[in-house]
Design a protein around this ligand. Structure first.
Ligand code: BTN
Length: 227
């Protein structure tokens, strides 16, 4: 197994920017105690007070198919690193406990798509979480050593990269499996029954009227259940 090179920063705008600007190599990661401009998916802010985990990590992938898999593998890695928790994975890449968000995952490319290298980001609530919609480990009575947790997550991530059953295992941990959901696809809102992901990581949604499965490469399951 390749060792991860981990840099620790007290404060940064976003670990995503730092990893990009330093042009980190494959198997390098950066964690920061505080981010002043943490970002989430879909242009959202990621509140980053002291006490939680904010990490970016650089991965060299073979091809686009592998790049597409990485967010799912990171979700599975976080689940494996916290085996005492009933973690659910919410498509495409949120980590939930019951109906609240514990962690979020973001992947970005270098602007020039350098060597199939991508930057992954993980924000995981350890001591703080947004009221009502988030949950953190301290609230669940789980104490962790941040640097042990980081190493465990990254090592599990490496193990998942060699596995062929990732989609099956992701589906076993999927939130809303076989449930009616509202689904945001760009500006469109769709309703259907969530059927998990296929081997490309695309979401499968069954149209309730016609019983036809539709696959979506992008979008997200809305937290609102359909009426
Ligand atoms: C999401 O659920 O929207 C993804 C959140 C990703 C947040 C992490 S925190 C570390 C890294 N740096 C950032 O600015 N964002 C990611």
């Amino acid at each position: 197994m390749i060792n991860w090179q981990i840099t620790h920063l007290d404060e940064v705008d976003s670990t995503m920017n730092w990893a990009r600007d330093q042009n980190l190599s494959d198997h390098s990661a950066v964690i920061a105690d505080v981010q002043t401009a943490g970002r989430g998916r879909r242009g959202r802010q990621w509140q980053s007070p002291v006490g939680n985990l904010y990490m970016s990590f650089v991965v060299g992938a073979r091809d686009q198919d592998e790049i597409n898999r990485l967010p799912f593998l990171m979700g599975l890695a976080v689940k494996d690193a916290l085996p005492d928790l009933a973690i659910k994975l919410k498509w495409p890449n949120d980590i939930w406990i019951k109906d609240k968000k514990l962690a979020g995952i973001l992947f970005e490319r270098f602007s020039d798509h350098r060597d199939n290298k991508v930057i992954g980001g993980l924000g995981l609530n350890i001591n703080h979480s947004p009221k009502d919609i988030g949950v953190d480990l301290s609230e669940l009575g789980i104490e962790v050593d941040k640097s042990d947790l980081v190493k465990s997550i990254l090592n599990h991530f490496d193990l998942w990269r060699d596995r062929l059953d990732w989609a099956k295992e992701w589906n076993r941990a999927a939130a809303f499996m076989h449930d009616p959901v509202t689904f945001l696809h760009g500006d469109l809102q769709k309703s259907g029954v969530f059927q998990g992901i296929n081997q490309s990581g695309h979401a499968i949604l069954l149209d309730p009227k016609f019983n036809i499965p539709q696959t979506y490469a992008s979008g997200e399951i809305s937290t609102l259940r359909p009426e």
